[in-house]
Write a protein that binds this ligand. Sequence first.
Ligand SMILES: [Zn+2]
Length: 510
Amino acid sequence: MAKWVSRWHSERNRGWNKWVRHKYNCSKSDSIEKCLEAGNPSVLVKDLLSVLSTEKFGSSLSKNNFRWQIGNGKDCLVWKDVWYKDRALEEVFKKLYQLSKWKDLELGLFIDLWDCYDHVGSVFWKRTLRSCEMALVGELNDCLRSVKLNAENDKLSWLSGKGIYTVKQGVQWMLSEQNLQVVNWKYIWKICAPPKVQIFLWKFQREVLPTRMLLKKRIGTHFGSTSCSLCDGEEESLIHLFWTCKIAREVWSLIFNWWSLILNQDFHFPRALHEIIERYKDASLKKAWKSVVAATLWSIWLMRNEKNFRGGKLSGNDVFFLIKVRVREWLMAGNMLKKEALVWWDLNPTGSLTRTKELRLKELLVHDCELTLFIDGSWKMQKTGIVYAGVGGVIKNSNGTKIMSFNGPVLEKGAFEVECKALELALEAMKGSNWRESKCMVLSDNASLVEEIEKFVVFQNQHSSMNQRLRFSLANAKIKIRKIDRVLNEEADFLARKGAHSRGLVFCWA
Ligand SMILES: [Zn+2]
């Protein structure tokens, strides 16, 4: 009888199966139990159900204990069957499944669609995707790309029996999965660039940009010339077009020169690209530089399309000019570059970006409060279970002069608690001084702290997760709180991280 249960799952396209499912109003993905809902089950169904209800078979015959081995992809359902690792995709990608327009599609058909249409487009999803959802689409794409369709039928195997599924195969499968991604590209969705550029980068990294080489692979021998659109020399592969092509190289060297960097000719793609992207550690430069790399790749692609479809001829220098303009616009839209700092953008990008930081910090000091408190907490649990928690803060007057700074380790458990402690210590330090009557502006990069304090101070909300001591300090202080970028809170952040590893609390008055 167990065999029949497995056939219920595996022979969905057979006549008997279709007939039973139709009779009981079951969809392809429904389990046998669904038949009960229709009432009055037949002898066959009753027998099947009696097998399922036994202790021995009950769980081992459930849908989750079967795996599909993909052949032609005509039987296995993309979302509802288990074919990738050990869970159905409807569980792995719950969010995407809800948004999917194709909930009952077979895997083979789905892959066909996937190859033909924009993965984040309206063909697949009920609404426009958000950035985080696009990242999930990237992971879904990994799953789909792991499938190699062949001429055989899909096979269902039972994990508890001697099915087709073997542990050895399972292990090989898992290992091959992990090799797919050498470089972690998740940060694409955080790069300061328009969504269409992020999607372009995502396609670039998935190696699905329609270069001539890729088109030839898809279309076959009827495809015309595969030589590079830009230099007409070598074949237009992704690596050639964006990296080894002499025209691409010219653009890269102009970009490197602009940022006073040295372009190492021996770099190997795509690892090289990763090294280039990770070039800067300083937070304010890091983000901007990623946008520059994104704009460079994007602009090379546009140059290639311009030449291909409109016969336009742009020189390396033209493209360089366009890149500078593009990044400038993106960074200004992202509030990472100030108008006042624009003068240097063309000549000294790093200078204008650090200058922007100064300007933004200065702006933060302009308000009706005499004192500005920059605070931060750092909380990290190591793999060994040891926790390092520290606080740091800087207090400045309205001219930007530092009045006091503090840092040190604390015993609080949890990131939020540590942030609260940082504020508590800053307020306490103020109270002991003659600054106590001053109005204070507290600046923190921690959203939940800012939210809680606002709730408490502005809306007098007593249901707060802050502890009693902090509430008391707040009740007696004239404070306002504002959330700022992490980049602008660097000093307090540094102090907090340093404090986590130091011996005791230190307060330094200027
Ligand atoms: Zn070329």
